[in-house]
Write a protein that binds this ligand. Sequence first.
Ligand code: G3P
Ligand code: CA
Length: 386
Amino acid sequence: MPSAHRWRVSLAAAAVAVPLTLVVPAAVPASATPPPTVAAPGEALADDLLVIGHRGAAGYRPEHTLASYELAARMGADYIEPDVVSTRDGVLVTRHENEISGTTDVADRPEFAGRRTTKVIDGVSLTGWFTEDFTLAELRTLRAVERLPDVREENTLYDGLYQVPTLDEVLELRDRLSRELHRDVGVYIETKHPTYFDAAGLSLEEPLLADLREARMDRANSPVFIQSFETTNLIELDRAQVRVPLVQLLSGSGAPYDLVAKGDPRTYAVLAGAAGLLEIATYADGVGPDKNQVIPRNPDGTLGAPTALVDDAHAAGLLVHPYTFRNENTFLPPALREGPADDDYGRALEEHAAFWDAGIDGMFTDNPDTGVVSRALFLDAMAPAA
Ligand code: G3P
Ligand code: CA
């Protein structure tokens, strides 16, 4: 019996918000246990299975544009997902990474040719153009382009139409759409490369909290999640008694960069184990694993048996929101592919069904309309016979 839609969680929250002073993160040794979070007054959330519009509706529009977020909400996504990075003047804008040659037309702008440079981001050398080298005014002159033109050729129709949005604009959009659609459209905000931006003097968390406060979205019942692949900034947000829920992202390989930088040996695999999840539960309210950490693929290309992750996370009091569900063959288990082309749609509904059955509490998907349909099919199947 899937536990998801009747399962509740106590949010890590406090009744009174305290201004966040995020200075240089204190080292957290592997053995240290952060102080427990304060339970919210009453229980909240998690009665619903969430469809989260990944980078908006990235299957249909260039990602992280207002058009992509708006389409996701209109398709029925409960939450839209902005990833945030900083400009040179400290404004949060929504991009999946701070290197923007893959998602904007910056490489075609002769006026910015001199900004092309090489940097080491989270230990990886990258050459391109970086948001922190542009003021917001400069960044606004660029236009978004489709990241995956070979897989999503249709989306290139919209290349050149949309600006890089600020987080403020996304919050305004979600407010307008919530009123129009007569339901709360949530935001599921990811801080990208927080250690890197701290070192650059452009810490992400203070402007993020300021933007939420200004939008009156910093309350315990605000439809907001804050997520990170790193641990330190989530622990600090929790210690600062941020009232919205926090989600620790996990990965099928590697380790959080903040832990790597501190010489902490813990990997994502360690964090995804039962003990690791109990430790995450001391500062976060959910985990966002790679979907393969929930249901791995068999060597023959079929979906395998679910791992213990969902049960272990629920036992620790954590929500489970895996990423990323996409309709195209190239992203599906081989056994669910249909047709000859990588960009043909496969049997994505079957993939979704297996994950709802496994007890997940929500999913990040580039195709929110498909997520809404699969959720309805699952809930119908679970409903008691009349
Ligand atoms: O944040 C959930 C999911 O978006 C994580 O992956 O790389 O698409 O940000 P990514
Ligand atoms: Ca993300």
